[in-house]
Design a protein around this ligand. Structure first.
Ligand code: 5GP
Ligand code: SF4
Ligand code: MG
Length: 464
């Protein structure tokens, strides 16, 4: 998912809309915006993509100078119900809205505990815990934390909520008169602050500031809580964690290449993944082609490192929206052809290295390879700029269940046969770790099975 927040702008809703539009790659299932004019909190939530979903009338409804927004990930096995965010609730602290990116690993346990106390849940989403826990009316002030006088009356309730949840969260609370921003102590998901004149901005990725010609200010730190109101910004560090666990898959695939997250440019890290893949590889070929768009940046790195030409061997149709075509097995094939077509000028008679960022189920790759063969490629060598995905994600990325991951079903030689390539090679785990500054500060559990936070619910992100 993607989140955005705006404090102190006459265009709060419009800014929130533009920011969340630039985060559309983080979720296409639904979009929502809440705003406050200090008297009331207004909310609009719709299924679908930002620009198609949010209409002029919606923006007119979203009054006030404070706003938050969310785009939701399309989750295949959704447990049902309309779980678009912001989630809104009357609490002992007044009406509150919240947007959340990440996934909690003790949702089911905590929900049961709260339901036993008579607290009702209105949605089917782990994010509701951030509101439901406020209803308990319990407070928590971590040792060594001194509260500013302005925050004494409400912040301990939020600290309590945050002390109970486990897992990944980058979130923004909207109160009638303020924003409260928080990032879990492991720092799984990115979250950054920006500003434009007197307006303060919050967003999952820095690309959301560029769309407003705003300034990137800094990242929210793992374990940091920030209050933003008329009196200014007040920062608290309330948790220390045994380690950090920033999601390395944000660099591999999820974040936009022009964003700055986790102390690095996504573009540079992703390109380095391609370079490292080339260093680990001794295949001879004529040309390097990416699977667009996700393979483009690593393919540039790979080609540069090898001194081979980089060409567009696959052309992407950018106008693919949601299709009415039913996903039967035969038609699913044609859906891939709707999105990508082979460029014979580049492919005919050539030994081709095809670069993609990741291989998850193998089904897309199989169709791409047969497309390249039909277009006359002489040899096809598939290279993946990340290691085999062997475990599901419990912290907010929509990886399939363990059983659906092709790397769990068969050895690499068999995957090569299944997708129909002459050879297949992945970036090594050590190689991936070399591409980031401090690998010990990253989660790479879907590649290594080294899960940094114990999973109490045992429900992968995707199921929610
Ligand atoms: P596969 O061959 O495993 O079916 O598909 C691999 C492709 O899926 C890659 O091009 C990769 O960019 C893309 N991919 C990886 N992770 C995700 C994800 O979480 N969501 C979506 N929609 N695509 C993904
Ligand atoms: Fe990211 Fe993978 Fe860790 Fe999930 S398991 S947080 S996708 S690195
Ligand atoms: Mg892709």
């Amino acid at each position: 998912c993607g989140v955005a927040g705006v404090f102190n702008s006459p265009y709060a809703a419009e800014y929130a809309l533009l920011m969340i539009y630039s985060l559309q790659h983080r979720g296409q299932e639904s979009v929502g915006i809440s705003s406050s004019d200090e008297k009331e909190i207004y909310t609009v939530k719709k299924p679908g993509r930002v620009l198609e979903a949010i209409k002029k009338e919606d923006l007119e409804k979203l009054k006030g100078s404070i706003a938050i927004a969310h785009v939701r990930y399309s989750t295949a096995g959704n447990a049902g119900g309309f779980n678009a965010q912001p989630l809104v609730r009357e609490t002992p602290l007044g009406k509150v809205a919240v947007v959340h990116n990440g996934n909690l690993v003790n949702f089911l346990t905590l929900r049961k505990e709260l339901e036993d106390k008579g607290i009702k849940f209105n949605y089917n989403s782990d994010s509701e815990l951030f509101l439901a826990l406020l209803e308990e009316g319990r407070t928590y002030i971590p040792e060594g934390v001194t509260l500013h006088p302005e925050d004494k009356d409400f912040l301990p309730y939020i600290f309590y909520a945050l002390s109970r949840v486990k897992g990944a969260y980058s979130l923004i609370y909207l109160f009638r008169d303020k924003l409260v921003v928080a990032r879990d102590p492991y720092g799984f998901r990115p979250l950054a602050l920006g500003r434009k004149k007197n307006t303060i901005l919050v967003a999952s990725e820095s690309c959301a500031f560029d769309i407003l010609e705003a300034e990137f200010w800094r990242e929210v730190k793992p374990g940091e809580v920030l209050v933003i109101d008329k009196k200014g910004k007040r920062s608290y560090r309330i948790f220390s964690s045994p380690r950090k666990a920033m999601c390395i898959f944000e660099f591999v695939y999820f974040s936009r290449p022009d964003s700055y997250i986790f102390g690095d440019w996504v573009y540079n890290v992703r390109k380095e993944m391609g370079r490292q893949l080339a260093r680990e590889d001794n295949i001879e070929a004529d040309v390097v082609i990416p699977v667009p768009d996700s393979g483009v940046v690593p393919a540039l790195g790979y080609a540069e490192e090898k001194g081979l030409p980089f060409e567009y061997g696959l052309i992407r149709n950018h106008y693919v929206g949601r299709s009415f075509i039913e996903p039967t097995p035969e038609l699913r094939n044609l859906r891939v052809l709707m999105k990508l077509s082979p460029n014979r000028a580049v492919l005919q008679g050539k030994r081709v290295i095809v670069i993609d960022d990741s291989l998850v189920r193998g089904t897309t790759s199989k169709r791409i390879v047969s497309m390249l063969r039909r277009a006359g490629a002489k040899e096809i060598h598939m290279r993946i700029a990340s290691p085999p995905v062997v475990g599901p994600c419990y912290y907010g990325i929509d990886t399939p269940t363990k059983e659906e991951l092709i790397a769990n079903k068969m050895p690499i030689e068999d995957i090569a046969k299944f997708i129909g390539v002459d050879s297949l090679k992945y970036l090594s785990l050590e190689g991936l770790r070399k591409c980031v500054d401090k690998p010990e500060d990253f989660c790479d559990a879907c590649f290594s099975l080294n899960y940094p936070v114990e999973v109490e619910d045992n429900v992968p992100s995707k199921i929610r």
